[in-house]
Design a protein around this ligand. Structure first.
Ligand code: NAD
Length: 439
């Protein structure tokens, strides 16, 4: 999506006079290599050797020693999962700094640590928590489309850590920066790298346009059969998306009492089962708090939060979501950082994060994961309606200095939905280019 401002700053004149240009991000397309190589794998943690041999297996060149002067690296994976004393953090600087200097465009820094919540020694908790401060700060220093993210292992299993490292190295995480993901013990299935969702049936609400339409496209590209859900008023656009992805359309208002039952019935009778549910439908009705009327308050809470709670009762009931299934909610950075004029929306999206935390623990024994994405500024009709000055601030005030695309949100959802992410639950990943809002 382009507007007058974007056209002006990307004009040849603007480029000639040195107006900073956002880097074109390396976004995933099927068949592209995982990342630009070589990948420097360093650190003395318990995952480094496994990660290096897995990268070798999939044909990504790795190096285990510092790059020579003038040599470039595509990514650096630093495993500090065994660091137990702050003195060991010096590895970050000694190994990380020269490698970061040698990073190519769209490079990646992935640090692997241990979830401090699983540790008890004060020094080791402090040491592991320190990794977060470095990674979030480094994200703000990197330029040219490079990102820095942190994977925290909750146990010793390599599968889940590998899936998270793979996501952060890949073009799927192009607009994910400065994030922390916790990965638990459970083991991971073998994954078809090109069509990881083959054989799965996925429901996407709010699929007629914007982010929802791209979620439908990306899940279908990854092999899923998609049920596209939206309100009857969006029927034509919904049918177009459903046809495009060779799925089916279901016209239902998510706030309807029987929405959950109708979704389950449609998925199971038309496609045999239900494996993935993406709660994406959402609305904004912005007003300053003191001017908020009942309709604006209630409608936002109903569509964005209460409908999910209600639908989940049917979805998680008998004959609904299969064991090992996935629920992914679409929250927002407004639910983390708050946003002027969005007390209703911020409440609904913070509520979604609470829902994810509580529900993920309840359904863990069925192998069902529940996660959320929290998009920042994404180029859609919703954000095109924001007043000019606020829109430009939202678009530029992040480490990647640009807005994200609906596809960026969809790629993170597709990762949560993938078999490889079986060990990832109760997480909120911001897809915001490390927005300075509440970062
Ligand atoms: P959008 O307005 O372009 O699309 C939302 C879709 O949801 C529409 O097709 C709409 O018809 C549908 N919908 C609304 N109410 C519904 C209902 N009651 N039942 C069924 N469908 C309904 O919005 P978008 O920008 O694509 O946003 C999608 C999600 O992402 C929302 O949850 C939104 O809050 C969230 N989000 C968006 C941004 C952004 O920058 N665009 C940022 C953060 C979060």
């Amino acid at each position: 999506m382009s507007d007058l401002f974007t056209t002006i700053i990307s004009s040849p004149v603007a480029k000639r006079v040195g107006v900073p240009q956002p880097t074109r991000l390396r976004r995933y397309e099927p068949g592209m290599p995982l990342c630009e190589g070589p990948v420097l794998v360093a650190g003395s943690g318990r995952f480094a050797d496994g990660i290096a041999s897995w990268l070798d297996d999939i044909g990504v060149a790795t190096v285990r020693a510092q790059p020579e002067a003038g040599e470039k690296v595509g990514a650096v994976v630093l495993d500090l999962s065994s660091a137990a004393d702050p003195a060991e953090l010096d590895q970050l600087r000694v190994v990380g700094a020269p490698a970061v200097k040698a990073l190519k465009r769209n490079g990646r820094v992935v640090v692997v640590g241990t979830d401090p919540a699983t540790l008890s020694g004060v020094a080791e908790v402090a040491t592991q928590r320190a990794l977060e401060g470095t990674v979030r700060s480094l994200g703000k220093e990197l330029r040219a489309g490079a990102t820095a993210n942190l994977v925290l292992a909750q146990g010793g299993a390599t599968g889940g850590v590998r899936s998270a490292v793979e996501f952060f190295l890949s073009g799927r995480s192009a607009y994910v920066d400065g994030q922390v993901v916790r990965v638990d013990e459970s083991t991971t299935d073998t994954v078809d790298a090109v069509r990881p969702l083959a054989g799965k049936v996925a429901v996407v609400t709010g699929a007629a346009r914007g982010i929802g339409a791209d979620i439908a496209r990306v899940l279908a590209r990854d092999g899923a059969t998609v049920v596209a859900v939206d309100v009857p008023a969006a029927g034509d656009a919904l049918a177009a998306v459903a046809n495009e992805v060779k799925g089916t359309a279901l016209q239902v208002d998510v706030t309807a009492e029987d929405a959950g039952r109708r979704i389950v019935e449609h998925a199971t009778t038309r496609h045999g089962h239900l494996d993935i549910v993406v709660h994406n439908a959402g609305i904004t009705r912005d007003k300053l708090f003191v001017n908020l009327d009942e309709v604006r308050w209630r409608s936002v809470i109903d569509v964005n939060l209460r409908s999910i709670l209600r639908m989940n009762e049917a979805i998680l009931g008998e004959g609904g979501l299969a064991d090992g299934g996935r629920i992914v909610c679409v929250a927002s950075i407004a639910g983390i950082a708050g946003n002027r004029g969005q007390t209703n929306y911020g409440a609904s999206k913070a509520g979604v994060i609470g829902l994810v935390t509580a529900l993920s623990a309840q359904v863990r024994d069925r192998g069902i994961t529940v996660n959320a994405v929290a998009p920042g500024f994404i180029e859609t009709e919703m954000t095109a309606r924001i007043p000019f000055a606020t829109r430009e601030m939202g678009r530029r005030l992040n480490s990647l200095q640009q807005g994200g695309l609906p596809k960026d949100v969809a790629e993170t959802i597709a990762w949560f939905a993938s078999p490889g992410a079986a060990a990832v639950t109760g997480q909120v990943v911001r897809v915001c280019g490390q927005s300075l809002l509440g970062a």
